[in-house]
Structure formats: C-alpha cells, structure tokens
Design a protein around this ligand. Structure first.
Ligand code: SF4
Length: 386
C-alpha cells in the first residue's frame, strides 16, 4: 500500500444490514456460555477489566523480563510509578470513577480500554497500553506517566507505532542522542519525526535504521521490526515467537507469556528452552485462527484455560456460519494461514537465517536472572514443521 501511495481504505457501510446468525437460538445459547466463560477467568474477568493491559507492568517486572533501558536489564526499579495500578488510579481520579476501563467497541465484555486525562482533567490520549507504557517508559528509563501519555498522543498524531518509536528512542539514547530517563528529550525527539527534520527522518524509519546510522549493535529487532515489552532471555518462549513469526518481532502472533509467566494454558520454565518450541508453535496456530474470526485476541486467555469456553467459541462460530466446527478444524485453519504467510515471505526473499534474534541475546546475560537466550537455531527451524 505504501509503495502505491495508498494511505487508507474506507468502507462505506451505508445501507448495509447487520449480518444475522444462521442458527439464532443456538447462537444465543453459545454467546451466553462464552460471555460467562470470559467473566469467570481471572485475566479476562478481573485483571484486564480493572487495570487494562498495563496490569502487566508489575507482573513482567517481577518476573525479571521487563526490558529496561534498551534491553540492558530485566527489572526497572521505579516501575511502580508507571504500573497499571497507578495508571488506573490516576485516570479514575482525574476523569472520574470508571475512566480507567471501558470497551473499545460496544459489544466487548472484557473492557480493557480507557482514557487518559492530563493534570487539569482534560483528555490527553486513549489509555496507553502496556507495550506503549513500557516502550516510552522503562525501555527509555522514563517513569513519568504524563510524559508517556504525551508521547503516545504524539505517536498517534504522527501515525507512528508506539512500540517501534519507543524502541527507536531507546536505541537513540544508547547512541548518546539523549540521556536515558530524560522525558522532555524523548518528547523532543518524537517531535523531530513529526517535523521531518533530518534526525527525525532517521528516527522515523525505526529502530533498525537508527541503529545502523548511529553504529549501535544492541538493536532489538527481528526482520526489521522492533521487539515489544518482554525480554526473550527472561521469557524464552516469546523469543521463539519473535524469531519465527512471519511478521517480525510480534508478541501477539504467539503470546508465550501465557504458560511462561501467567500460568495460563499450562506452565513452562521461562528461563529454559525446554517446551518452548511446541508452545510457540501451538500458540501461533491458535492465534492465526482466532485472528481470522475477527475476535479480539484477549479471549485467548479464557479459551486456553477453560475447555467449556473453547467449546462455546466453536458453537458460537458454528451457529453463526451454519457450519459444524471442531477443535481440529480450528487447528487446520491456523496451519493453513501460517503456511500461506510463510510462502509469501519465502517468495519475498526471506530465509531461515532471518528467523533469528539479534546475536547479543545469545551472548549478553540479562540481570537479574543472568540468563541468555538458549533456544538453538536448529530448533527454531522446527517451529513450522508440524
Ligand atoms: S475488544 Fe479487546 S482490546 Fe477492545 S476493550 Fe475489549 S478486550 Fe480490550
């Protein structure tokens, strides 16, 4: 789209009817069971609806996998100042009770979205997500929620991805362009991008380009895309997903934080390679299938943990489309999508050597657990070998 100058595609739904389920009564029944399943799970029924996605800051920091100052440490000493708990309290205090969470669309029962207000109670930005708070926060040594919210606002106004931009500023800080922890300098750098100055044009091209221009070796990218808020040494399974997903370092493509840290859908040791290939593979298959349904990915917590909620999802999709769906059908759907994506990448020139993390993750130990990324290259090559 970019090469053809296409900025957006607008679909005008004027005059269109809302689609109806093929089998209305079974659909209603399945919907009831599905909603009950989401409400009873700890993550989708309590954590996300109370604090939003930033509930993860304290959790991942405690696990020692919170990438701090351009992935130098796994813990950020002052992370409590930017945690979901602090953010929700700030939002409710400034905007009134209930500001911390709401649905990003009318039908959502999880409701993890929110609104961030400035010190005077004026709207500043949509509630910054966990990854945004991390990217512009801990990753840059910044523990000021108002500054992070302003960076989020600027990113949105300029059309920048918050993870990519936060990672880019982290690399720029390591290059000495600004000091870690200097929130005003970070804001100024993002404004450079908005203005299109020579420095801004370098930063606006992302972390990989910024690292190359300033000669920085420690650049957290895969296939040119910046890593999100989980250090792959502290959560080895997410490193497998970062390395192998067709989209570059994308946590959502196979969110192995589940069994590694959250105890959702099983349990593996986050600091060891054992079990991580299979976990990432299964999650990538399931995610591709869920994404294709149009469901929000956050339902995955409940359907991974609760067989009855997974069954309710199958019934929901089946009664809507008029097809009978089984768990095997969902797996087959996920595999076929991943196969297409892989074929697309191969035709575009991607090789297995690109299914790797940057070398420093295999050499530099991450405190506090002093661990390197230990999954072997030959094992990474088996992720799509099902
Ligand atoms: S649809 Fe998903 S992202 Fe949006 S509020 Fe609901 S749970 Fe959050």
């Amino acid at each position: 789209m970019g090469s053809k100058g296409v900025k957006a595609i607008v679909v005008d739904d004027a005059g269109c009817a809302v689609r109806s389920p093929k089998n209305a009564d079974p659909f209603k029944e399945a919907n009831k069971a599905f909603v009950a399943g989401l409400r009873k799970h700890g993550v989708t029924g309590q954590g996300l609806p109370t604090y939003g996605t930033n509930v993860l800051t304290n959790v991942i920091n405690e696990a020692g996998a919170y990438p701090t100052k351009n992935f130098m440490w796994g813990r950020f000493d002052t992370c409590a100042k930017i945690s979901g708990e602090t953010q929700a309290e700030t939002e409710n205090t400034r905007g009134g009770e209930g500001s911390a969470t709401h649905g990003c669309h009318r039908g959502c029962v999880i409701r993890c979205s929110g609104t961030y207000y400035d010190k005077d109670g004026h709207y500043l930005t949509k509630q910054p997500e966990y990854e945004t708070v991390w990217a512009h926060g801990g990753n840059c040594g910044i523990d000021d929620l108002d500054a992070i919210a302003m960076l989020d606002r600027l990113d949105d106004d300029y059309g920048l991805d918050t993870i990519e931009m936060g990672a880019t500023i982290g690399v720029a800080m390591e290059a000495g362009i600004a000091k870690f922890g200097d929130a005003q300098a970070a804001i100024n750098l993002v404004k450079e991008v908005g203005k299109g100055t020579p420095l801004g044009r370098i930063l606006g091209n992302g972390a990989a380009v910024t690292g190359r221009v300033f000669g920085i070796e420690r650049v957290p990218v895969v296939k040119g895309q910046a890593m999100p808020a989980y250090d792959p040494r502290g959560i080895q399974g997410i490193g497998v997903t970062y390395a192998t997903t067709t989209q570059g370092a994308d946590h959502t493509a196979g969110y192995a934080v589940t069994a590694n840290v959250l105890g959702v859908g099983g349990s593996v040791n986050p600091l060891k390679p054992e079990g991580q290939i299979e976990l990432s593979r299964n999650l990538q298959i399931a995610t591709a299938a869920i994404d294709s349904t149009g469901m929000c990915l956050f339902i995955a917590f409940a359907i991974l943990d609760q067989p009855d909620t997974f069954q309710a999802l199958l019934d929901l999709l089946g009664s809507f489309t008029g097809q009978k769906l089984t768990g095997d059908d969902v797996v087959g759907l996920g595999k076929s999508i991943l196969k297409m994506e892989r074929e697309f990448n191969q035709k575009a020139g991607f090789t297995k050597e690109m299914d790797r993390l940057p070398g420093y993750f295999k050499k530099e130990k991450l405190p506090p657990h002093d661990v390197i990324f230990m999954v072997k290259d030959e094992d990474l090559d088996q992720v799509f070998n099902w």
